[in-house]
Design a protein around this ligand. Structure first.
Ligand code: A2P
Length: 279
């Protein structure tokens, strides 16, 4: 229920881009929130930009369209605006999201990312996804797709971890050259949940530079971190369940950082990920 409420608050606050996934197990709530806001007359479907994700157990090409159709059924929407391959590695298909052997090791699955991509292209052609992209892809994996013989559509975006402590300068430049938008996840430095976050890296929002710059503009460190990303052309997808912070994270369009401040924040880069994706 908290997701339903949060999405409705976010739409009221002005958010239009919603980053979802089947594996977040809340697509039914996101879909309901969107439909309720459409029914209220606050938005039209075409105002919303919903991103869905193809999970690792669904990489075999014949599974791609049925998986997206399942997501659409859960959302009760006719199409997603963006459908992305969530991770470049495949797991054994089946009901288990993290299929494991008797020793607790993940069971991987051999698939061809290019074949998965062709199935993604077919979803776009069928009108089930307006655009298609990838996530957690490095340069080599992007090049595999970009250099695929007979490529019909290139990925429009690559969603990766990106924030002042992990600025991704090389990947950002490569993606810029190829017209691929970087969507930065964990733009606030994550929830620091030890089950999936490397908490040995210090909390981003406690950073003295971000806080000092924030003070100057009467903004919080979170707002400065988000502003920094959008100002360098990185899309941000901050997550919050808190109404106050949902609104706060949207108040970033009424100030801008100077070139000097951008450089100062860029210099905070530690090249350390919070989300190590050790599997
Ligand atoms: P909460 O949901 O209680 O607001 P990220 O977007 O980098 O994944 O970070 C998400 C985490 O940051 C969540 O734990 C969220 O907690 C917290 N958060 C979101 N917005 C803010 C904010 N403006 N100030 C401080 N913490 C925030």
């Amino acid at each position: 229920g908290s997701c339903l409420e949060s999405v409705k608050i976010a739409i009221d606050a002005g958010y239009r881009h919603i980053d979802g996934a089947f594996v977040y197990y809340n697509e039914h709530e996101v879909g309901q929130a969107i439909r309720e806001k459409i029914a209220e007359g606050r938005i039209k479907r075409e105002d919303i930009f919903y991103c869905g994700k193809l999970w690792n157990t669904c990489h075999p090409p014949e599974l791609v369209r049925p998986t997206l159709e399942k997501t659409l059924k859960i959302l009760q929407l006719d199409y997603v605006d963006l459908y992305i391959i969530e991770l470049p590695m495949a797991f054994k298909p089946g009901d288990a999201i993290y299929p494991k052997d008797e020793n607790g090791k993940i069971i991987y699955h051999e698939t061809d990312l290019c074949a998965t991509w062709e199935a993604m292209e077919a979803c776009k052609d069928a009108g089930l996804a307006k655009s298609i992209g990838v996530s957690n892809f490095n340069r080599r994996q992007l090049e595999m797709i970009l250099n695929k013989p007979g490529l019909k559509y290139k990925p429009v975006s690559n969603q990766v971890e990106c924030h002042p402590y992990f600025t991704q300068p090389k990947l950002l430049e490569f993606c810029r050259q190829h017209d691929i938008v970087i969507v930065g996840y964990s733009p606030l430095g994550t929830s620091r949940d030890e089950t999936w976050v490397n908490v040995s890296s210090p909390p981003l929002l406690k950073d003295p530079v971000l806080n000092a710059i924030g003070k100057k503009y009467n903004k919080t460190a979170a707002q400065v971190a988000l502003r920094f990303s959008i100002q360098r052309g990185v899309v941000v997808i901050p997550k919050s369940f808190n109404p106050q912070r949902i609104k706060e994270n949207f108040q970033i369009f009424d100030f801008s950082l100077t070139e000097k401040e951008m450089k100062e924040i860029e210099a905070l880069n530690k090249n350390v990920r919070y989300v190590e994706l050790l599997m």
